[in-house]
Design a binder for this molecule. Structure first.
Ligand code: SF4
Length: 330
């Protein structure tokens, strides 16, 4: 029985290795670049040319000379890649991979929110559709949201769609009044303050690290609050040994794999974004082979949406940006 099980594991592993090699070869033949968000399954991260967060992958998408960008992330990320490099064919292996937070606001919602706060410029989290970006004044990511908001010459600012990150920006930028939209990340908001308190009691020596997309009651309890890249860098550079990460499972798994000498824990139930797990080696190969699903952006909104991302890049380019995990694949 045991040897049958072992054989099945070996067969599966060699199938995966073969598929891995086929994807790499096909990407080479088609001059395709594989960009993968760090919340993806580890096997999809391993086959990527670049792994990172939204900001880092946006920059890679803008710079690439590849003919095809295959984006293993959620829909708005592939859309952003298309906005930044419109002559490229941008593919999303599984079209179901959307972001519930981005879907919590549409153009009509934003227009109504703007009417309620006339004159306030709109900072739009990159986790939003191209249409919502086009209706805003500047984009941001969780890494640069505070700097972007501070850079605005206005005492009042509208922040959409994430209320967790919006409250974090308000906390960091008290000199401005931030009008925060009521969107949220269902994955980060499943982490409760009671669970964080329980972890603190059970592991008093561990450093608790939260993503700002969490409920403010959660990130207020953390020792460090940071974006995906900031969480990664914090642990990489820390002399501490034990950490509890309040963020998505893919990031936790990657940090566990990259820093085996550290004890990396998370909370229960595991914060897992199902939308980030649709892509697999199998559908990545098929998407590259048959060149689906192509992501496009209507011309009527592409120019304005792109301008909002360019404005963000101008501000964030003044600072050093993350180059991805230490064990970056290329
Ligand atoms: S983790 Fe949250 S913000 Fe990210 S894709 Fe999933 S639902 Fe959207």
């Amino acid at each position: 029985m045991t040897s049958l099980m072992a054989k099945s594991v070996i067969d599966k592993t060699s199938e995966k290795l073969e598929l891995f090699g086929s994807i790499k070869e096909l990407a080479r033949q088609k001059n395709a670049v594989i960009l993968t968000h760090i919340y993806q399954r580890l096997e999809v991260q391993r086959v990527a040319d670049f792994v990172g967060d939204s900001l880092m992958l946006s920059k890679k998408a803008a710079e690439t000379n590849a003919d095809i960008i295959i984006f293993c992330g959620v829909h708005f990320m592939a859309e952003t890649a298309k906005l930044l490099n419109p002559s490229k064919k941008v593919l999303l292996p599984d079209i179901q991979s959307g972001c519930p937070m981005a879907d919590m606001i549409n153009v009509d919602d934003l227009r109504a929110f703007k009417q309620a706060h006339p004159g306030a410029p709109v900072v739009c989290y990159i986790n939003s559709s191209a249409a919502v970006k086009a209706e805003s004044d500047i984009c941001c990511t969780s890494t640069n949201a505070v700097d972007i908001t501070r850079s605005l010459d206005s005492k009042e600012v509208i922040f959409v769609p994430d209320k967790g990150l919006g409250e974090w920006v308000q906390y960091q930028v008290p000199e401005k009044k931030i009008h925060i939209y009521d969107g949220f990340c269902p994955t980060h908001w499943q982490i409760t303050s009671a669970e964080v308190d329980r972890q603190r009691i059970n592991h008093p020596d561990a450093v608790i690290i939260a993503h700002p997309e969490c409920d403010p009651e959660v990130w207020r309890r953390a020792d460090f609050v940071g974006s995906t890249s900031e969480i990664y860098k914090f642990i990489e550079n820390s002399h501490g040994r034990r950490f509890i990460i309040l963020s998505e499972q893919g990031l936790v798994a990657r940090i566990q794999a990259d820093f085996p000498e550290k004890e990396i824990m998370t909370v229960f139930p595991l914060p897992l974004c199902p939308n980030m797990k649709y892509h697999s080696l199998e559908n990545l190969y098929d998407a590259l082979d048959k060149e689906y699903t192509e992501i496009t952006v209507p011309d009527s909104i592409a120019k304005s949406a792109r301008a909002m991302i360019d404005r963000m890049m101008e501000v964030s380019n003044r600072k050093e940006t993350w180059s991805g995990p230490t064990t970056q694949n290329s």
